[in-house]
Design a protein around this ligand. Structure first.
Ligand SMILES: [Zn+2]
Length: 229
């Protein structure tokens, strides 16, 4: 099913995936909507998650598509990032998503920041970033960011402290909670060695009628070619 080229990850291809799920009668939910509704519907479920690692402008064509298809999604934004989410065009792209059914969460690696800068604990970094993002958006969820080329991983730290943090910082979920992995097939893209699906292809899983939790990184998805801005 996967086309044999590395230019596969286009908005046109994403449209094919999402319209296939719609025509197969999937119900799209944000992550917090899933936690509220669980399996009260007998429809198959689809959670679309975007981690905004780089290039916030790449959000715009994706949100144009999800808006047209009327799909809710969950979008994780970085505060300590190579982009500044408060820079006007970046903020406008994120706000455009937020106004069109995107639930906003924090995407961060507090352990990495703390280890590199060495003047703050992971929790201080986490709490400060949450406050900064909350100055502009309602934030209920957290997804650890990890640059796949480096070693720092904040997930073990998060899992150790999650019950306390959830309460203390009024959060509803983090993106790697077991409930999501028990009830859904996790589909994401990554390098192997070139950009591809890491394990499953969404078309096969839609055919099999599986609940789908799909993570995408907007900077890898293009309208016309992979090097557009
Ligand atoms: Zn990330």
């Amino acid at each position: 099913m996967i086309e044999p080229n590395n230019n596969l990850f286009s908005i046109k291809y994403l449209r094919k995936i999402l319209t296939k799920a719609i025509s197969n009668n999937y119900l799209f939910l944000t992550m917090s909507e899933y936690l509220v509704h669980k399996n009260t519907s007998n429809q198959k479920l689809f959670m679309l998650r975007l981690d905004l690692d780089l290039k916030p402008e790449r959000l715009v064509p994706i949100i144009n598509l999800t808006k047209e298809l009327d799909i809710p999604l969950t979008l994780f934004i970085r505060v300590s990032a190579p982009y500044n989410f408060l820079w006007y065009p970046n903020y406008e792209a994120i706000e455009f998503a937020s106004k069109n059914k995107a639930e906003i969460g924090l995407h961060s690696n507090p352990t990495e920041w703390s280890k590199i800068i060495e003047n703050k604990t992971s929790e201080e970094v986490f709490s400060a970033e949450l406050e900064i993002l909350r100055s502009k958006f309602n934030v209920d969820g957290f997804a650890p960011h990890r640059d796949m080329n480096y070693s720092f991983n904040s997930l073990p730290w998060l899992e150790q402290n999650w019950e306390i943090f959830k309460e203390k910082y009024s959060l509803k979920y983090h993106a790697y909670e077991k409930v999501f992995f028990k009830e859904f097939i996790y589909i994401n893209e990554g390098f192997n060695p070139h950009l591809t699906w890491r394990s499953d292809n969404p078309f096969d899983k839609i055919e099999e009628n599986q609940n789908i939790y799909m993570l995408l990184h907007p900077h890898w998805w293009h309208l016309n070619h992979p090097f557009e801005s």
